[in-house]
Design a protein around this ligand. Structure first.
Ligand code: ATP
Length: 359
C-alpha cells in the first residue's frame, strides 16, 4: 500500500520545476525505431529511473538527454530551454558510465578534479575542491592512490564526486551498480540514494533491474519497445499497474482472466470480485492479484486445494488450485497458520483488486 509520506512526496514533486522535458522524442537507427514519441517531464531534484528489458531504448534515451546521440524527431528542454541540438558540453549535465571510466594513470584527486581542469580552474582551486569532495565521501586518506588500488564501492564514490564537482544541473547514471558484485550492489544502492538526498540534484538513472529501480527512485519510467508504458512512483507501479507488462515486471502476480459485470470482475466459475477503478461493462480484463492479497479465511471467495508449501523465513509461499486456476499465495507465518500440502482451505481477497486490460 502507498504510504502517506510517499503520496505527499509525489504531490510535492508535481509542484516542482521541470528540470528536463522530453517532448515527443523519437530515435531511429536507419529504419529501426529505438525510441518512439516519448513525452516525459523530469522534476528538479527527483531520482527518476528509466527501466525496461534489454533493447527497450533506455540507454538511447539517456544518451539523447546527454547530447551524445542525435534526436530523430521531437524536442528536449533543460530548465525550459530547448537543447535538442546543443553540444553535450554545453548542457551542464554529467553522465556517469557503467564502468565509471576513471583514468587509471591518475590518482583520485586528479580524477575528481578533471572536470574543473577542462573548465579552466587553477591548479590550487582544483586541488582544494577535489580535496573537499574526497573528504565528503570519506576518501581523503586515499587521495594520492590510483583507481586500481581502491574497492568497487570506493571507485563508485570517486566517479560520483568527479561528476558532481562541476555542479551539473542533473546527473545521468548509466547502470551505476551493474559493475559490482551482488552484496556490494545492495550496500551501494543505499549509499547512492543517500548521496542523492544529500545533494538534492536531479538524478536520471538507467537500469534493467526492477528491484534496484524500486529501491532507488522517486519515480520510474517503464519502457517497452521504445514506448513509455507507464511512469509513477514505485508504489503506483506496484499497486496500480496499467498493463500486464508492468504488473508482471514488478513483483509476482496471479493474473486471472475476468469480464466486467456491474462494476465487478466476474470469473469463469461465477465468483464476483471487487475491483479498483471503473471499467465498462463487458470489458475483458485480467485481475492483478499479488500473493499477499490472499488471506486464509472461512469468510472466503474461493475454496482450493494446497498443492505445495514453501517456507521462506517469516513468510510461507503456498500454491493453491482453485477450479481451473492456480493461485500463488503468500502468508505471514506470524499471523496465520500455515496449511499442509493436500489441505482444503478457504481464501479471501484483501481489498479492491487492480485490473489491467486484455489487449
Ligand atoms: P540494454 O539494457 O541492453 O542496454 P537498452 O534498453 O538500453 O538495452 P538501447 O541500447 O537504447 O536499449 O537500444 C535500443 C534499440 O536501438 C536496440 O534495438 C538496439 O539494438 C538499437 N541501437 C542502439 N544503439 C544503436 C546504434 N548505435 N546503431 C544501431 N542500432 C542501435
Amino acid at each position: 500500500m502507498r504510504s502517506w509520506i510517499t503520496v505527499q512526496k509525489v504531490k510535492a514533486m508535481k509542484n516542482k520545476k521541470v528540470a528536463i522535458r522530453l517532448n515527443n522524442v523519437s530515435k531511429r537507427f536507419g529504419h529501426n525505431p529505438a525510441v518512439n514519441q516519448l513525452n516525459l517531464d523530469i522534476y528538479e531534484g527527483e531520482f527518476l529511473t528509466l527501466l525496461g528489458p534489454s533493447g527497450c531504448g533506455k540507454t538511447t534515451l539517456l544518451r539523447m538527454i546527454a547530447g551524445l546521440e542525435s534526436v530523430s524527431d521531437g524536442k528536449i528542454y533543460l530548465n525550459e530551454i530547448e537543447v535538442t541540438n546543443l553540444a553535450p558540453q554545453k548542457r551542464n549535465l554529467n553522465i556517469m558510465f557503467q564502468d565509471y571510466a576513471l583514468f587509471p594513470h591518475m590518482n583520485l584527486i586528479d580524477n575528481v578534479a578533471y572536470g574543473l581542469k577542462i573548465a579552466g580552474y587553477s591548479s590550487s582551486e582544483r586541488r582544494a575542491r577535489a580535496t573537499e569532495w574526497l573528504k565528503k565521501f570519506g576518501l581523503l586518506e586515499k587521495a594520492e592512490q590510483r583507481p586500481n588500488a581502491i574497492s568497487g564501492g570506493q571507485r563508485q564514490r570517486v566517479a560520483l564526486a568527479r561528476c558532481l564537482i562541476t555542479d551539473p544541473s542533473a546527473l545521468l547514471l548509466d547502470e551505476p551498480l551493474s559493475a559490482l558484485d551482488a552484496n556490494l550492489r545492495l550496500q551501494l544502492r543505499t549509499e547512492l540514494r543517500k548521496i542523492h538526498v544529500e545533494q538534492g540534484k536531479t538524478f536520471i538513472c538507467v537500469t534493467h533491474d526492477q528491484e534496484e529501480a524500486m529501491a532507488l527512485s522517486d519515480r520510474i519510467a517503464v519502457l517497452k519497445n521504445g514506448y513509455l508504458e507507464q511512469v509513477g512512483s514505485p508504489e503506483e507501479l506496484y499497486d496500480q499497474p496499467k498493463s500486464e507488462f508492468v504488473a508482471t515486471f514488478f513483483g509476482r502476480s496471479n493474473l486471472w482472466p475476468a469480464k466486467i459485470s456491474n462494476g465487478k470482475a466476474l470469473l469463469d466459475d461465477g465468483t464476483l470480485i471487487d475491483i479498483a477503478g471503473q471499467w465498462a461493462d463487458g470489458s475483458k480484463v485480467k485481475l492483478v492479484m499479488r500473493p499477499e492479497n490472499f488471506v486464509i479465511s472461512d469468510e472466503k471467495h474461493f475454496d482450493g486445494k494446497v498443492t505445495d508449501v514453501r517456507i521462506r523465513g517469516a513468510l510461507a509461499e503456498i500454491s493453491v488450485v482453485i477450479f481451473n486456476l492456480t493461485a500463488q499465495v503468500e502468508i505471514s507465518r506470524n499471523s496465520q497458520t500455515v496449511p499442509n500440502k493436500g489441505d482444503f482451505i478457504g481464501l479471501k481477497l484483501n481489498g479492491p483488486i487492480p485490473i489491467v486490460p486484455v489487449p
